[in-house]
Design a binder for this molecule. Structure first.
Ligand SMILES: [Zn+2]
Length: 216
């Protein structure tokens, strides 16, 4: 996992031209949001996992990057395997490793739309899945695709995510929702949505407003 983490960081660091308010140290600033929300979330969860393992082994390396933590933890694997929760640690490690594999070599013609509400595993949908609106998960549950998509859009929308018609169209596409740039412009012309500012002379819309128009 440690060896593949740098590649994940590169993917996760790609920022979209869509901006959102982010909470940090008491102030709210507008910042570009990660283009690949799935990769970014996975990076967060692997970092948290490696810090937890380091904590369990009482390693004093809290300030080190996850790559170093994972290497240090791997060297102490025998100690981990003596623990009563060794089986669950092993399960968590294999899930993280599998998610990382899929993120770096995504299944062909599938996109990551979010996480399974039952087991937390990544949900990769094909065109057929998206059209059907549901798909089975490895955990045995049936996933309702629109509700997984809505979860992700909702999280972005409440932080005032905003962008040009082209940027928002791209963002929605990465969630498996097709809304053409021209459609958003047409909604503005018909007064269904209003722009909140401009960027390089182009109108900027709130994701929330565009989403409301999609689901109206
Ligand atoms: Zn599941």
């Amino acid at each position: 996992m440690a060896a593949r983490l740098p590649d994940l960081r590169i993917i996760a660091a790609k920022k979209a031209t869509v901006m959102a308010k982010e909470q940090g140290h008491g102030s709210r600033t507008v910042a570009p949001i990660p283009l690949n929300a799935g990769a970014w979330q996975l990076q967060q969860s692997i970092e948290k996992f490696s810090r937890t393992l380091a904590g369990v082994l009482t390693l004093q390396y809290g300030h080190l990057p996850a790559e170093s933590l994972l290497k240090a933890v791997a060297q102490r694997a025998p100690a981990l395997m003596q623990r009563r929760d060794a089986a669950s640690i092993h399960t968590l490690a294999s899930i993280a490793s599998r998610r990382l594999d899929r993120q770096l070599e995504p299944p062909q013609s599938r996109i990551l739309i979010g996480q399974c509400p039952y087991c937390g595993d990544d949900v990769w949908s094909s065109e057929d899945d998206l059209a059907a609106g549901w798909q089975p998960c490895n955990c045995g549950q049936t996933i309702n695709i629109p509700s997984v998509q809505e979860q992700r859009i909702f999280k972005l929308a409440i932080s005032d995510a905003q962008g040009t018609a082209a940027a928002l169209s791209k963002l929605l596409k990465s969630c498996g929702i097709t809304v053409r740039r021209q459609t958003i412009s047409e909604w503005k012309r018909r007064g269904i949505i209003n722009s909140v500012s401009t960027q390089d002379g182009k109108p900027v819309f709130l994701l929330w407003d565009v989403w409301a128009a999609v689901t109206r």
